[in-house]
Design a protein around this ligand. Structure first.
Ligand code: SF4
Length: 222
């Protein structure tokens, strides 16, 4: 069953928060994974923000309103990120992206995701991201389905890994930047190279990132 933190830890209405020159969007705390390294297991905040545990999930208009309040001239990106998996609220994700594109047509939008949208929603749903989302960053975390399951504990079990790769393949060529990431402390050097080979075959980009702690105020991604 999907882990749902609403109710048990609900605290804030921080739907948008600044990280460097981007505005991050927090539309849900739900996720189909329970990763061993997830920031949510260690605290309430990220990047110096207020608590990211939501009192309730926001409407797209509420997200836009907070973005407008927070907007600054150097802003160069909107990032659907969380404390949670944005595609667990797929309709709200699409509607919010549409509102942002209309209000800020020159600002690119990135989706940070576990890549399980086609299991959470449908295969067809991926196409709805095209033309709205400019870049996708997918948490890869492992070079095979067994290791992925050991680290990420998806509610979809071992199916999650292949579906994540399929999702990325659908996005390549339809979304400007498609990138996979792994966390350097959760994977061996040998597996990093195996991941790199898989990603190269798909035609996406690959990034080995550092573990992000609750107090990290200068991160580079999810
Ligand atoms: S996919 Fe992201 S939000 Fe979900 S459990 Fe893993 S690290 Fe946390």
């Amino acid at each position: 069953m999907q882990k749902d933190y609403l109710g048990s830890k609900a605290r804030s209405e921080t739907f948008a928060y600044r990280v460097n020159d981007s505005i991050y969007l927090n539309i849900t705390n739900r996720c189909t994974n329970d990763c061993t390294f997830c920031l949510r297991n260690n605290g309430d905040t990220a990047y110096g923000s207020n608590s990211l545990w939501l009192k309730r999930e926001p409407s797209p208009i509420e997200v836009l309103t907070q973005v407008e309040e927070l907007f600054f001239p150097e802003c160069n990106g909107f990032v659907f990120c969380g404390y949670g998996e944005p595609t667990c609220r797929f309709d709200a994700l699409i509607e919010t992206a549409k509102l942002l594109k209309k209000a800020y047509p020159l600002i690119p939008i990135r989706l940070n995701t576990n890549g399980q949208s086609e299991l959470i929603n449908s295969k067809e749903s991926t196409k709805m991201l095209f033309g709205l989302i400019d870049s996708v960053s997918i948490s890869m975390n492992a070079s095979n389905e067994t290791e992925y399951d050991n680290i990420c504990h998806s509610v979809f079990g071992k199916k999650a890994y292949g579906s994540m790769l399929d999702f990325a393949s659908q996005c390549v060529g339809n979304i400007e930047t498609v990138q996979f990431s792994v966390v350097e402390t959760t994977i061996t050097d040998e597996d990093i190279e195996k991941c790199r080979a898989i990603v190269n075959k798909i035609g996406a980009k690959f990034r080995v990132r550092k573990f992000i702690s609750e107090n990290d105020k200068n991160p580079e991604g999810k």
